[in-house]
Design a protein around this ligand. Structure first.
Ligand code: HEM
Length: 196
């Protein structure tokens, strides 16, 4: 039998027959999991232990019946990791609005736009508080997204070994702060009158 954490309603775990791939059993509701199930033996009984994002549970491999279930706090759930989905969606909206705003001039919050005078486009737009606010909020999302994306992607592709305080974590943090600060400086400089 092959056991897989398939994920979804009624098929959190499923067992397939090795000879023809048919489903032997499928049970429980849970999202998909990224860790492989682990077969252990306790007092002569086989258990298949599965680590999920917010729980660990064990099942009887023969029929999928739950042996035990423990909830746990996610270890590395930072704001950055929790906001990946919404932050990513906001960045998608941002990039479209941004091109329509400062490249094509389709969106003209200041009323005017010149393809020859990029400086004036930037200054007249960012003097408007809600335009600056939109960019500042988008840059916060960009900072979080970059930080989490940069360090977790190297972990996901297996380049970096697990470590409690990995170097790429700190490198990603510095990179994200630098990029966030550099972009945010522009609307802030115009809003505060530093750039006129
Ligand atoms: C506060 C932050 C930002 C400011 C003030 C800013 C400013 C500008 C300006 C003035 C242009 C037009 C350039 C031109 O017409 O020559 C532009 C274009 C562009 N920006 Fe940004 N930008 C910012 C953030 C970002 C971010 C975070 C990204 C990427 C995720 C980005 C991607 C682009 C792209 C792809 C273009 C089109 C290229 C072009 O028009 O030459 N920008 N930006």
């Amino acid at each position: 039998m092959i056991l897989l954490p398939v994920g979804g309603a009624g098929q959190a775990m499923a067992a397939f027959r090795q000879s023809d791939g048919s489903v032997v059993w499928k049970k429980d509701d849970a999202g998909n999991a990224y860790s492989s199930p682990l077969l252990i033996n306790v007092d002569g009984f086989d258990q298949v232990v599965q680590l999920m994002a917010a729980s660990v549970f064990a099942i009887n491999p023969l029929n999928g019946d739950l042996s035990w279930y423990v909830k746990h706090e996610a270890q590395a759930a930072t704001i950055a990791s929790r906001t990946m989905r919404w932050g990513g969606a906001l960045l998608l909206v941002f990039i479209v609005v941004h091109i329509l705003h400062l490249t094509t001039g389709t969106i003209r919050p200041a009323g005017s736009f010149s393809h020859q005078d990029v400086y004036a486009n930037v200054v007249t737009s960012f003097r408007i508080w809600w335009v600056s606010l939109f960019y500042i909020v988008a840059m916060i999302a960009l900072g979080f997204h970059l930080f989490h994306g940069a360090w977790s992607s190297v972990r996901s592709i297996g380049v970096s070994p697990p470590s409690p305080n990995p170097l790429h974590h700190r490198v990603s943090l510095v990179l994200a702060i630098l990029i966030w600060a550099a972009f945010t400086a522009i609307p802030v400089a115009v809003l505060t009158g530093f750039v006129r």
